[in-house]
Design a protein around this ligand. Structure first.
Ligand code: PEP
Length: 253
């Protein structure tokens, strides 16, 4: 089966409104009308609308970096997935390692968010990944298995709206990258675990992206692995000089 490669830029808490808008225009121009890959950008909430306007007419998909796990109510400072949808986002990242490790989000809370985001008609990219200590203790698959249980909340009508991003925590923003072999093993195992929950056909079609210091020099080899269907790129997504070559690396995969 052939899965369309996905390259996504997680802009995190970076850029001004002007810089985000201009980066959006550069990404849109670079991606063009390509149908051989999917391109997604995740700006910060307050830039969503500006970025949406600057992506208009391009095939680049707009995503949000997080959401709250409720539709509406007394949750000062939070953003509902329904609001994101209303703002033009098509997709939301859930369970990014910074949400888990800096903000203390639990697996149960992440599962709640997955459920409501799908109900709000957003696609969900669920992030999973082990810490350095967990890998050293040979607990990588145990951790992935625990995090993947969030897929149990996915109802049948939404199974095609889910993708995974395998992001080993020790590789995020550190310059350390998983070897292509490590990434392939983790992706293959994650697909097997997802297939236990969602069924083999769904798991076979589900994109699994790699994230963790992906850059132009390592993207092509990572993307060549049979179960690596794309990249979730942090630091290197902030300039088109870095992100452009990563987008182009899928053609060689
Ligand atoms: C990320 O934050 O999702 C990420 C992969 O960051 P970086 O590429 O900077 O490691």
């Amino acid at each position: 089966m052939t899965r369309t490669p996905v390259i996504a830029g997680n802009w995190k808490m970076n850029l001004t409104k002007r810089k985000a808008s201009s980066l959006a225009r550069e990404v849109a121009a670079h991606h063009g009308a390509s149908t051989s890959r999917r391109c997604i950008v995740f700006p910060t909430y307050v830039h969503l609308d500006h970025v949406r306007r600057n992506l208009r007419g391009s095939g680049v998909v707009l995503g949000a970096q997080n959401c709250w796990g409720k539709k509406e109510g007394a949750f000062t400072g939070e953003i509902s997935p329904y609001m994101l949808r209303d703002m033009g986002a098509q997709l939301v990242l859930i369970g990014h390692s910074e949400r888990r490790h800096v903000f203390g989000e639990t697996d149960a809370w992440i599962a709640e968010k997955v459920k409501i985001a799908l109900k709000a008609k957003l696609e969900v990219m669920l992030c999973i990944g082990e810490t350095y200590e967990e890998r050293q203790a040979s607990k990588t698959y145990e951790v992935l298995e625990r995090q993947i249980q969030a897929l149990k909340v996915v109802q049948n009508q939404y199974v095609t709206k889910i993708s995974l991003a395998y992001e080993p925590v020790w590789a995020i923003g550190t310059g350390e990258t998983a070897t292509p072999g490590m990434a392939q093993d983790a992706h293959q195992e994650s697909r097997r675990m997802a297939s236990d929950i969602l069924g083999a056909d769904v798991a076979e079609q589900m994109p699994i992206l790699y994230g963790g210091s992906m850059k132009p020099s390592n993207a092509a080899e990572l993307l060549r692995q049979p179960d690596v269907d794309g990249g979730l790129v942090g630091g290197a997504s902030l300039s088109i000089d870095q992100f452009g070559p990563i987008l182009d690396a899928v053609s060689g995969s």
